[in-house]
Design a protein around this ligand. Structure first.
Ligand SMILES: [Mg+2]
Length: 363
């Protein structure tokens, strides 16, 4: 069955991941940091023991330092490490250059982090390994940064591939080797396998992909619930998740219509507040942020006006703040009297919140 499904999947998918991104940028920009263990995060000695490791270079990683580790613990593991405070402004600017390069290879690309994306290059006549080489060359020649690329026919395998030869490596997992690749994989390498499921697998005596493949779908369901199904297919090198087409521009918005035209500015304010509250809830539920806020106003003559504000940084998802922005635009459009039948508030230039999560690091 798996072999049959595999043969059907003729996609060409790349997963690209910059190597220790923030650390690599700092090493590129400051030669003194190149041969020392480097931790991007705040020095616990200077910040009363606070802070976490955003990332670390490979020298520090060899000493056991890893992302999301407390700074104190990291310093204990690697006392010689140099701490550099992250400069997220800089990383974001470089990230947008990286994503522009990705977008040159295909319009069907899905950004998953500042330094990471899936690219569906099925439509490109060149071999995917050639495209991976070209992509790596461009990132190196234009930005002096290295990345690792996984090349395969589905997202999960491409991701496993990019992790396989890190840093600065390419791994091609073609259909004829995929089943063997997965069979040899240690169980902890499978997507979604964390500490808890790892312990469970240990108890079950499951160590590799081959062991995993020997388990029936029912057995896996009994032990892991719906995650068992995912594991069942991962063990068979099969995954049908699509690379989301980045060109599909999303917008998230809400409109309110009035049966009778409203003339009262405070009623406009209340309506904007209600709309903003709903839009914020929707954006948060979808884990999105937006850089363009659009306001739509229709009067009792059915004349529709739209205005928008675009920021370089995403808008704060705060209903009061957004309602105030909308109100300011409205007041400019209608400084005197008005008769309004519809108000709308919409976000466009929408992107996944994951891009912003780095600002949540406790610095
Ligand atoms: Mg990375």
């Amino acid at each position: 069955m798996a072999e049959f499904l595999e043969a059907l999947d003729e996609r060409k998918i790349l997963h690209v991941d910059l190597d220790a991104f923030y650390a690599q940028v700092e090493m590129r920009d400051n030669p003194a940091l190149r041969d020392v263990p480097l931790i991007i995060g705040s020095d616990p000695d200077l910040h009363h023991g606070h802070g976490v490791v955003a990332t670390a270079n490979y020298i520090a990683r060899q000493a056991g330092v890893h992302s999301a580790m407390g700074s104190i613990e990291a310093k204990r593991a690697c006392p010689d490490a140099v701490f550099v405070t992250p400069d997220f402004e800089k990383y974001r600017a470089i990230s947008s250059q990286i994503h522009e390069i990705f977008a040159d290879f295909t319009t069907k690309y899905e950004p998953v982090a500042l330094d990471e994306a899936y690219l569906d290059v099925t439509a490109n006549p060149l071999a995917p390994a050639t495209l991976a080489a070209k992509l790596r060359h461009r990132i190196w020649s234009e930005l002096h940064l290295t990345c690792s690329v996984g090349v395969s026919y589905n997202k999960v395998l491409a991701k496993l591939g990019s992790e396989h030869h890190k840093p600065n490596g390419v791994t091609v997992i073609s259909p004829d080797v995929a089943m063997d690749f997965v069979a040899a994989l240690p169980i902890k390498e499978f997507r979604g396998v964390g500490k808890k499921s790892q312990e469970k697998f240990e108890q079950l005596g499951i160590k590799t992909g081959a062991d995993l493949r020997a388990m029936s779908q029912d057995e896996l369901r009994v032990h892991f619930g719906s995650f068992g199904d995912q594991l069942y297919w991962q063990a068979r090198a099969t995954h049908f998740g699509q690379v989301k087409d980045h060109r599909v521009r999303q917008s998230v918005g809400k409109e309110g219509t009035f049966e009778f035209a409203i003339h009262d500015r405070s009623q406009v304010a209340v309506t904007f507040k209600n709309l903003a509250t709903k839009v914020v809830a929707n954006m948060e539920a979808k884990h999105l942020v937006g850089r363009t806020l659009n306001i739509k106003v229709r009067d009792d003559q059915y004349k529709t006006l739209t205005r928008s504000i675009t920021q370089t940084e995403p808008f704060l998802l705060d209903a009061d703040f957004l309602a105030r922005q909308a109100q300011n635009i409205f007041d400019e459009l209608y400084p005197d009297t008005f008769a309004i039948r519809l108000l709308g508030l919409t976000f466009s230039n929408v992107s996944p919140q994951a891009f912003q999560s780095i600002s949540l690091f406790d610095l």
